[in-house]
Design a protein around this ligand. Structure first.
Ligand code: ZN
Length: 374
């Protein structure tokens, strides 16, 4: 009997070894694969409304996918996400802020900076200034990141959605350790290790509050456009990766990105540098506004030149560029509505777009149907 058990154990160990080797081999093969339909490629073609041809094997065969095929892939993807929804992890950013202790919120106003410096898949690393120690590390996991990678929406829209959506977090400070880490563990919004299992019986027996001042500062930074721009770039990079998604490597931000995200905190380390960066930013902003004004006045002039009746039946006379612009806006609107972004509902959104592009709401709805925008 004992011998038999030994035998089974030996077989299982052998089996485990083979499975590991197979997995390693599959990974190497995949990194060398051709003709992959990456999320980035799918997004690009669905947004442009064009089909694509991919290599099939290495012998020169190809396979063609029409835009309708691609749209069916997207629909299947969304259906599967709905049917097999994973365990809900993380808490929406706004709820974290609301559940925090007012004393922590008050303290967070004096935290000088929180700087994003590294991205590892959906995990963000921040360096936050402290008192007892010079810096604390705050780690934030964006729980809807995979959805953003596979979304056909504009990466900037997806970035904003995930950065302010469900998140999990951890801070290296004492306040988080002794007051809040246990709460994040049982609530399923911790980043571990370390995983805390000891109830905070002395410091926080009522389990009140939620985020330390460092985390609260990070949450504020997560709402800034600068961070959204960096994350949009990261979505583009990760969703274009060939190979299994978990082979995506972590990345330290580049010097120019660090400079930009350091502006998000409002204060840079070196006052001269901060002033120069601020001046450059203002100059660029001014140029942008002047440009936008120019474009706007040209648009107004074009509008005046156009005969009145032509504007009404724009749908027939629409140029390809205009059509693409409208389709893109409709895509973004539908994503914003789907994620319940504050301030977006379909009716008002469509009315605004109708005004902006001088078309009727009925026409926009027709386009949505034709383009398969849900
Ligand atoms: Zn902290």
């Amino acid at each position: 009997m004992a011998e038999n058990k030994q035998d089974i154990l030996r077989q299982l160990k052998e089996f485990e070894k083979e499975a590991t080797a197979e997995r390693r081999e599959a990974r190497e093969l995949r990194e060398d694969a051709v003709g992959l339909l990456t999320p980035a490629l799918l997004r690009k073609h669905v947004r442009a409304g064009t089909g694509l041809v991919l290599a099939y094997g290495r012998k020169g065969h190809t396979v063609e996918f029409t835009i309708d095929d691609l749209k069916r892939f997207v629909a299947a993807n969304e259906r599967a996400q709905k049917n097999f929804r994973r365990e809900v992890r993380g808490v929406p950013l706004i709820q974290l802020e609301k559940s925090s202790d007012p004393a922590d919120i008050q303290r967070s106003r004096n935290v000088r900076s929180a700087m994003l410096y590294k991205v590892n898949k959906n995990l963000l690393f921040f360096s936050v200034t402290g008192n007892t120690r010079a810096h604390y590390q705050v780690r934030v996991r964006l729980e809807d990141w995979d959805m953003a990678l596979h979304s056909t929406a504009m990466p900037l829209v997806s970035a904003r959605t995930v950065a302010t959506g469900r998140i999990s977090f951890d801070c290296s400070c004492g306040r988080h350790q002794y007051w809040y880490r246990y709460l994040t563990s049982i609530g399923g919004f911790d980043v571990n290790p370390p995983k805390e299992q000891d109830f905070p019986k002395i410091r926080n027996p009522g389990l009140k509050g939620c985020c330390c001042k460092h985390v609260l500062k990070v949450l504020r930074v997560l709402k800034s456009n600068t961070i959204h721009t960096v994350l949009a770039g990261e979505i583009e990079r990760q969703s274009a990766t060939i190979g299994f998604a978990d082979t995506v490597r972590s990345r330290f931000l580049k010097a120019d990105e660090l400079r930009r995200v350091s502006l998000a905190r409002g204060v840079a380390r070196n006052p001269t540098e901060a002033r120069q960066a601020q001046q450059k930013f203002l100059r660029e902003a001014q140029e942008f506004i002047t440009d936008a004004k120019k474009k706007k006045s040209v648009k107004e002039m074009q509008g005046k030149l156009k005969p009145r009746h032509k504007q009404k039946k724009l749908h027939g006379a629409m140029t390809e560029v205009q059509r693409k612009k409208i389709v893109e806006s409709l895509h973004n609107l539908s994503v914003a509505v789907k994620f319940n972004l504050p301030g977006f509902d379909l009716k008002t959104g469509l009315e605004n777009l109708a005004k902006e592009f001088s078309v009727s709401v009925a026409d926009l709805k027709g386009m949505m149907q034709k383009e398969g925008i849900a």
